[in-house]
Write a protein that binds this ligand. Structure first.
Ligand SMILES: Cc1cc2nc3c(=O)[nH]c(=O)nc-3n(C[C@H](O)[C@H](O)[C@H](O)COP(=O)(O)OP(=O)(O)OC[C@H]3O[C@@H](n4cnc5c(N)ncnc54)[C@H](O)[C@@H]3O)c2cc1C
Length: 397
């Protein structure tokens, strides 16, 4: 079969572009990135008020990379002059990086199917069939909202659909948020800034989690924002813990939420789901092995263990129980994927990836995933967020 490209990368977000840059550094040519929308489209769609919670800082001179950079020699802090970029600003950093390094990107190309044919891949797209020897699947999770298994979720709005909190709240006073992780707390703070009341219902009480892994607990940035919000406008954010929402029904004057072991909760406005996102691997589920409903990645190169030549880059990556959902985490494997593809193509990478390795973009040793030295147990001094408004919902029945 005559191949359209050696490597096809699907998705022009940080994961896809980061892999393209690593492949370029490794000396791999004929790499095409395709995207259904445009470079950084998910970030473009973030609500106006949302900011990256991971801080950007340009300390490259000392050999560290900016936490939010997608390559060792770029820095969003340096380019954008801000520590917590907005989605639109971060998208402009991605576009500038793709342009500066002259990456081949085709936009407006939606991938609708992928199959392995002999030793290469046939990719169905909105612009016809493309073929490649290797595929890097990097479609992200943003376009795949998780509706939390809630019956009647279609009556709610997922927080990824909010473009601007300012526009959403016109005329309304009281809002109900379902989910108490980063997105839920971010939504509550934004509503509070707009002078609104937020009622946040959550299955457990994740805002109090003390897990050392920022993938599983509120980031320090969000904790700081929340503390300030609670001081500035006490009584505007109400937390309901152990309030697992099972169903949502429209009723006269709003919506009724059925809560496990609790009395129904009334929301005068459309409830907002802050229930996260689904795995980016679901659309190609059959090409991947799954264990306990988690996709399995080869430790050597984040490749499918069922479909050789198919790699994954992005926030759905997991190894040894560790989530790689932040940019600074999954970018640690860009160099690994690039080195593996270069090797299989018989390309000598020379020192091309040395800098990638030195700056943490080529992480081979996954023992850090289980041996986290930062996991110092919480002591009594470390108080949970002071949220006087926490209501134990399950007992409220
Ligand atoms: C609200 C929110 C806040 C976050 N905050 C942070 C943070 O502070 N720090 C951090 O490190 N991470 C943060 N994350 C996570 C971070 O945004 C993701 O890790 C990152 O966007 C994932 O990058 P990606 O390239 O995998 O996906 P995306 O950025 O979503 O890029 C995927 C691309 O694939 C395209 N695509 C999708 N389907 C197809 C298809 N079928 N065919 C062709 N193209 C397709 C999309 O248009 C998109 O451009 C946050 C995520 C969310 C949702």
């Amino acid at each position: 079969m005559k191949l359209s490209h050696q490597v096809l990368i699907i998705g022009a977000g940080p994961a896809g572009l980061g892999c393209a840059l690593a492949l370029q550094a490794a000396g791999v040519e004929d790499v095409l990135v395709v995207d259904q929308k445009g470079v950084g489209a998910s970030f473009e769609a973030w609500p106006e008020q949302m900011r990256l919670l991971t801080p950007s800082f340009h300390s490259n001179a000392f050999g560290f990379a900016d936490l939010n950079s997608i390559s060792p020699e770029t820095s969003p802090a340096d380019f954008l002059n801000t520590q917590h970029p907005s989605g639109k600003a971060y998208a402009s950093y991605l576009r500038a990086t793709a342009m500066h390094y002259e990456l081949a990107v085709e936009t407006g190309v939606r991938v609708t199917g992928l199959r392995r044919v002999r030793d290469c891949f046939e990719v169905q797209t909105s612009q016809g069939i493309k073929t490649a020897r290797f595929v890097v699947w990097a479609i992200g999770e943003f376009s795949r909202p998780d509706l939390g298994g809630i019956e009647g979720a279609e009556f709610c709005l997922h927080n990824s659909q909010v473009r601007d909190w300012d526009q959403l709240v016109v005329g309304n006073q009281k809002f109900t948020l379902i989910g108490g992780y980063e997105s839920g707390i971010d939504a509550a703070i934004n509503l509070m800034h707009l002078g609104k009341e937020a009622h946040l219902l959550s299955r457990g009480h994740p805002w109090e989690s003390d897990d050392p892994d920022p993938s599983r607990a509120l980031s320090p940035h969000t904790r700081d924002r929340l503390k300030t919000a609670l001081i500035e406008a006490p009584g505007t954010i109400h937390f309901y813990k152990n309030a697992e929402v099972l169903a949502v029904r429209p009723v006269r004057g709003g919506y009724e939420l059925e809560v496990r072991d609790g009395k129904p909760f009334h929301s005068p406005t459309q409830p907002i789901l802050c229930t996260g996102f689904r795995s980016a691997l679901e659309p190609i589920r059959e090409l991947w092995a799954w264990e306990d409903d988690h996709p399995v990645f080869s430790e050597e190169a984040d490749e499918s263990t069922l479909t050789p030549g198919l790699f994954y880059s992005g926030p759905s990556l997991q190894h040894r129980g560790m989530l790689f959902c932040f940019i600074y985490k999954y970018r640690a494997r860009f160099g690994i994927i690039a080195r593996e593809i270069a090797m299989r193509l018989g390309i000598e990478t020379g020192g091309g990836l040395d800098l990638w390795k030195r700056r943490g973009f080529l992480l081979e040793d996954l023992s850090c995933c289980t041996d986290c030295q930062c996991a110092v147990s919480a002591d009594e001094e470390k108080a949970p967020i002071q949220t006087a408004e926490v209501i134990e919902y399950a007992q409220a029945a």
